[in-house]
Design a protein around this ligand. Sequence first.
Ligand code: SF4
Length: 478
Amino acid sequence: MVSVELGRSEDIGETARAATRFVHIQTFGCQMNVNDTDRILQVLAPHGWAATEDPAQAHLILLNTCSIREKAEQKMLSQLGRLAPLKEYNDELVLGVAGCVAQQEGAALLHKVPYLDLVMGPDHIAELPAMLERMKQGERRIAETELYKRKDFRFVEAEPREETKVSEFVTIMKGCDKVCSYCIVPFTRGREVSKTPEMVLREVEKLVASGAKEITLLGQNVNSYGKDLQSDDMGPLARRVPSFAQLIKQVDALPGVERIRFTTSHPMDAIDDLIALFGTVKSLCEFFHLPVQAGNDRVLEEMRRAYTIESYRETVRKLRAQCPDIALSTDIIVGFPGETDAEFEDTVRLLEEVRYDSIFAFKYSERPGTRAEKLGDTVPEATKKARLAKVLEVQERVTRDKMEAMGGKVVEVLIEGPSQRSAKGVGTNLQMMGRTRQNHIVNVPVPLGDFWSRRWVGKLAAVEITEVKSNTLFGRFI
Ligand code: SF4
């Protein structure tokens, strides 16, 4: 999980000049929250709001929160505490909490935090302007966190930001119908609801028209896209709903889409028609994030993941048979309640065997209200720490081996912009950053003129890998 701050005054442009009020949003957690922040800015913009990076300038401050790990609430409370003094200087300032912690805590947050004005669950983003209007009319504090029933939920169609990036995300669905015992998402995001294919395709077209080259289709479990729309009560619409694999083909057919990625998938739904697309649909990148969580069947059963390690292995075998170049990544949870040393070693063995390109590994943390909470947090913290260190050490070795094997190879890189170091003005060597189709980051030195003209941004370039340094690839244009 990343923590991102998105107060984008650089995105303001014309909107800022016409704006009368400013919103400052701090975004925590996954890409879904980053996307929700975009939607919040979009629904506010027509009402004269623009984003600011400066909380002191803001008329509305929102913390868009994540509750997937523990301590999220404490973090949020201390951040609110830091922002609270701003209300002394601006008594019109609205201080709000959005995202998963808001959803989880609901109106109780207003009781806990006396200076908090607004608590908004992710389903209520479209109503934010109306809530602010209610406040203007005198309502002092508002909490809207009821999850909409599937049939009542409506997506806000996303519009491109003023500065469209080379690589953009398009949310294709929200929520999750799975019941993983450790996961809070079904409680904070509700049941699966898919966007209509028409809306998805329109959003992609608009992004491509404004400069995007790579589209990542986003959802908690994208593989089950459209299943809710295919139900009988959707009438004639149900007959027109593509499967996820068909949707990828439809996106691929749109002019200007150079690359397609998707995240996240459930291994149970990574079915043959999807696997068959790799290596055959030209714009679909050879990269699959396939979260396994644990390498042991008993633990997987307790996690209610609904697959076995053997069926997971079979999926990996099929993917590699279909597309030998495919890069795989995964999520791992160590120290799930009751996980023994031997069961943990099964996870280590799986890492050694599958040889992922990258992993995201976490210590188990108990989430209130989940089934796993009833199992108790039985693995001592020190054991969890040691297990986490072990999986990271194993993976670091595998990643290093894989990256070193890339030395001298020529790869296709989509150039996204200045490298992190160059953007911060660190070092004298100016570099652009891009990604391979397998999602490896590559830094490529460029002359001063090319750096400032940004002439490589958005280009698909052939790059020879010349150096591998601390898990970073460096190359040169050929
Ligand atoms: S599939 Fe993912 S989002 Fe859905 S319940 Fe399981 S872990 Fe949570």
